[in-house]
Design a protein around this ligand. Structure first.
Ligand code: PH2
Ligand code: MG
Ligand code: MG
Length: 171
């Protein structure tokens, strides 16, 4: 893993998504694994949502959720830890954009930082208009949360049609 660990922890938000091999179980299991990340403390987990696929329509519905964590991992260190969890869930990267996946873990926000590096853009470049990200994010973040470059979470939610997304009952 990339060695960078920071002296001061940052609050990061991670989006979870799955639409293959028992998606709700994949997401719940991934939340447990995120709870065990080194140099990190899981702060909150959103409910799970069943969501219509964005992108190619000929794929199963997704289960989506968001967690917040306090972490001293660097953005790159966090990304590598998330990719290791994706691989453990059998994630195949065949290059198909927006195609079906057993587990997708995306860094949505990392404090108030903006980053644009190969393979790592923060805030997540597509989060601003996606209800399947914004709705669970609002479950774990203050509505006044600023998304760097995009405004407050409350404003983004207001502008985003809340279609094709339904909470999954607990239990
Ligand atoms: N992820 C994608 C593409 N489309 N659609 C939904 N509903 N949920 C996702 O997590 C999702 C998607 C690529 O990351
Ligand atoms: Mg991803
Ligand atoms: Mg994604």
């Amino acid at each position: 893993m990339t060695d960078a660990v920071r002296a001061t922890p940052v609050v990061a938000y991670v989006g979870l998504g799955s639409n293959l091999s028992d998606p709700a179980a994949q997401v719940r299991q991934a939340m447990a694994e995120l709870n065990g990340l080194p140099e990190s403390e899981l702060l909150a987990r959103s409910p799970l949502y069943r969501t219509a696929p964005v992108g190619p329509a000929d794929q199963p519905d997704y289960v989506n959720a968001v967690v917040s964590l306090k972490t001293r991992l660097s953005p790159r260190g966090l990304l590598e830890a998330l990719q290791a969890i994706e691989r453990a869930h059998g994630r195949q990267r065949d290059g198909t954009r927006w195609g079906p996946r057993t587990l997708d873990l995306d860094i949505l926000l990392y404090g108030d930082e903006r980053l644009s590096e190969p393979g790592l853009q923060i805030p997540h470049p597509e989060m601003g208009g996606r209800a399947f990200v914004l709705v669970p994010l609002a479950d774990v973040a203050p509505s006044g949360l600023r998304v760097p470059g995009l405004g407050t979470l409350a404003d983004l939610i207001e502008r985003c049609p809340r279609e094709g997304i339904a909470p999954i009952p607990v239990g």
